[in-house]
Design a protein around this ligand. Structure first.
Ligand code: Z5A
Length: 212
């Protein structure tokens, strides 16, 4: 069986990393082999690009440059790790994927959506997630968890209007892609959020085994 791709999406502090970590433990307990990564990141090159995207010294870089950085990081991890892991039948867990690019660089920064989505497909080599977990939370609530925006992070410092467009952008993508999006109210307890994720995964996994 071809592997299964599950992505975690949402604004900052929504709980993506927390849930992705729990999900890894769950897969280990179930005896399913997996590959997990974050985006941008996961290879030496993509981690170096990640540092560039966050570096406050370059916060005035052009928006197209920012887009290209995310796509460059993606192209590397997809080619070297994600595609091979899926071909080996593994579960692939991604803490952010191209829905973040559509939302942050198009809805957030204002780049043409068609152009962004075309580049997403090039960098992702046409992959489409089987399941996208969208952890939904207000910016205020997320910041109260995290203790505010990181002063040294170029994207976190992009302002309230930008982050409101991010929230709206994820809502729009969720409505447009109901077949793969699971929207979870991330103000619930960590355990309650996790239970909804594993239930959706088990359903997807069963269908994949049946070849659906
Ligand atoms: N970006 C982009 O612009 N374009 C792209 O194409 C891609 C990314 C791929 C990556 O940042 C940045 O790059 C991101 C988008 C942009 N920028 N922003 N802004 P990142 O990966 O460093 O940061 P993040 O994705 O925003 O993640 P985060 O801040 O690490 O948040 P998180 O992973 O969603 O949350 P967490 O670390 O799991 O949880 C935050 C805290 O809340 C922590 O203390 C938890 O213990 C707590 N928590 C989690 N869940 C709960 C619940 N349910 N209840 C109570 N407390 C909880």
């Amino acid at each position: 069986m071809e592997g299964i791709l599950i992505t975690f999406e949402g604004g900052e502090g929504a709980g993506k990393t927390t849930q992705a970590e729990l999900f890894k433990n769950y897969l280990t307990e179930k005896g399913l082999s997996f590959f997990a990564t974050r985006e941008p990141g996961g290879t030496d090159f993509s981690e170096a690009v990640r540092a560039l995207t966050k570096d406050i010294r370059y916060s005035n870089k052009s928006v197209i440059s920012e887009l290209m950085l995310f796509e460059a990081a993606r192209a590397d991890i997809v080619e070297k790790c994600v595609k091979p892991a899926l071909a080996e039948g593994k579960v692939v867990i991604m803490d952010r994927f191209y829905d973040s690019t559509t939302v942050y660089q198009s809805f957030g920064r204002g780049l043409d959506r068609g152009m962004v989505e075309q580049l997403n497909m090039v960098a992702a080599q046409g992959l489409v997630p089987d399941l996208t977990v969208y952890l939904k939370i207000s910016r205020e609530e997320a910041f109260s968890r995290k203790g505010g925006a990181d002063k040294n992070d170029a994207i976190e410092q992009s302002g309230d209007d930008f982050h409101e467009r991010i929230r709206q952008g994820f809502d729009i993508l969720a409505k447009e892609n109901k077949d793969r999006f699971l929207v979870v109210d991330s103000t619930q307890s960590i355990a309650d959020v996790f239970a909804q994720i594993t239930s959706a995964f088990e359903e997807k996994y069963k269908n994949k085994q049946k070849g659906k």
